[in-house]
Design a protein around this ligand. Structure first.
Ligand code: ZN
Length: 268
């Protein structure tokens, strides 16, 4: 079994402010350490449950967040940001299941730690065929297009609820309770690691037993992606693309042949 881990930072245990996730700030070193701890717990759980291979995609910001020297040596690390190409690099049908580690709720979620969708600075909200979507929905949808189920989501209580609403009986590990955008009640990183490891183990064991209960949130056929920006000047820029339709001052729509085509398609 091959397990693919997408690792973000905002939903990592002990992280509750932007400074911990921003390179260049002195608190970023702490964020990197905490991130590596949560990811290692997930790798251990997957391996203990019989995974043959774990690939970790360092997906926050411009990548290069995980501490490579501290990563569980059984995992392989995928770093860097290709200019063009699939968002889920190297994810294809040979992958048995995906973990979303350190994820966060969609933009606008009440009392959710560092909630946003793709861009905190410019995106207000996103809809796919009229339905609001966050990063869990985007990445689970992309993986589903390759036939890969999302089997574990970790982060605050809000992203865990968002994941269950979308993915049904997905495994979740809640590492903090969101009290505000920059306010959380956190488990200690050690306790968070215990919970992540257990949930990762359960997810891979369920997969090995046939994977019943994991839902593929596949989008059939063409999709309309509608992005509402925070500032009209960003909508002006987006609207300059040949396929874009301007809906109003803040909102731009585009049609795609398939959902996966939106973010650079699938891995080839
Ligand atoms: Zn992030």
């Amino acid at each position: 079994m091959r397990i693919y881990i997408m690792a973000d930072m905002e939903g990592i245990s002990g992280i509750a402010c932007r400074e911990q996730t921003d390179r260049g700030h002195f608190r970023y070193a702490e964020g990197r350490r905490l991130l590596t701890g949560d990811v290692n717990a997930a790798v251990k759980g997957a391996m203990d449950a019989g995974a043959d291979e774990v690939l970790v995609a360092d997906a926050h910001g411009a990548s290069f967040n995980l501490l490579p020297e501290a990563l569980d040596p059984r995992a392989r690390l995928l770093v860097g940001t290709p200019q063009k190409g699939p968002r889920l690099s190297c994810l294809d049908a040979s992958v048995s299941g995906m973990f979303l580690i350190g994820y966060h709720a969609m933009a606008g979620t009440l009392r959710a730690v560092l909630e946003h969708t793709m861009s905190s600075k410019t995106w207000h909200s996103v809809r796919v065929n009229g339905k609001p979507i966050g990063e869990v929905g985007i990445d689970a949808g992309m993986a589903a297009a390759a036939g890969v189920p999302t089997i574990l989501v970790t982060g605050d209580d809000k992203v865990c609820a968002e994941a269950r609403a979308l993915l049904g009986d997905v495994e979740t590990a809640c590492v903090k309770q969101g009290l505000g955008r920059h306010h959380a009640m956190c488990l200690s990183p050690q306790e968070a690691a215990v919970r992540i490891e257990k949930a990762a183990k359960r997810a891979v064991e369920r997969l090995a037993a046939g994977g019943t209960g994991f839902r593929l949130p596949a989008h059939e056929g063409p999709v309309t992606i509608s992005i509402t920006y925070k500032h009209t000047e960003d909508a002006d820029n987006a609207a300059s693309s040949v396929h874009a339709r301007r809906v109003d001052g803040y909102t731009v729509e585009e049609d795609y042949r398939t959902f996966a085509d939106w973010y650079g398609g699938l891995a080839k």
